[in-house]
Design a protein around this ligand. Structure first.
Ligand code: SF4
Length: 212
């Protein structure tokens, strides 16, 4: 997948699963094989094509606005030149496109251009807060720059992948497996979860008023 394909696919993943977004992306590319055709499409028909990905009436004009802005800035539909920019410049270029936030930008930079950007998805954010890698009040958007700076650039991708794996296997959203967690001795949330698990009725613990 090229960088622009990754960017627009990531927009389709917003607020839905990757599998739903894949169905929507495939339907869109079958109906509109070129990005020019997506840009020129009737917006309602484009929304119909991507309906499976959810929020189609918002995502269709968003996709077209992104394409229009890229065409205005670059005169074509390629963004591979971003790989030659410093990371922060590439991120700024992407996040000043309409509807492109830090996560969508980081996914595009990391996965299609091999740059050391840190996408903070729901797993990374949850595990980061519980482990104290970010504070409980840090926003998802702010977490990107903070977590990206915590490891050397060559380790950012692995850091991202390992936090996701830990979040899926062990530090699950509702009932994390703290008894089996190799990080429990280091984790400021472990005692609260262990106490919740031992209580007659499980209630997700809070720290400083915030859900863990
Ligand atoms: Fe998550 Fe529990 Fe491990 Fe802390 S000890 S990282 S809360 S699984």
């Amino acid at each position: 997948m090229g960088a622009l394909d990754e960017l627009l696919f990531t927009v389709l993943t917003q607020h839905t699963s990757d599998s739903n977004a894949e169905v929507a992306y495939k339907a869109m590319r079958e109906r509109y094989p070129t990005w020019g055709e997506v840009l020129e499409a009737d917006t309602d028909l484009l929304a119909d094509a991507i309906r499976h990905g959810g929020l189609a009436n918002q995502k269709a004009p968003r996709l077209q606005a992104i394409l229009a802005e890229i065409l205005r800035r670059r005169g074509n539909f390629t963004i591979d030149f971003l790989a030659g920019l410093p990371l922060n410049d590439a991120r700024d270029w992407l996040t000043t496109l309409p509807g492109v936030g830090p996560k969508t930008a980081a996914v595009t930079l990391a996965f299609s251009l091999g740059m050391p950007a840190m996408p903070v998805d729901t797993h990374v954010y949850r595990v980061g807060r519980r482990l104290g890698l970010i504070s409980l009040t840090t926003s998802v958007d702010a977490a990107h720059a903070i977590m990206e700076s915590q490891v050397p650039p060559e380790r950012v991708y692995a850091y991202h992948v390992q936090l996701i794996a830990h979040g899926r296997r062990t530090c699950k959203a509702q009932r994390p497996l703290c008894d089996d967690c190799p990080l429990a001795d280091l984790c400021p949330s472990a005692d609260a979860f262990k106490a919740a698990a031992a209580a007659p009725i499980y209630r997700r613990p809070k720290r400083r008023g915030k859900n863990l």
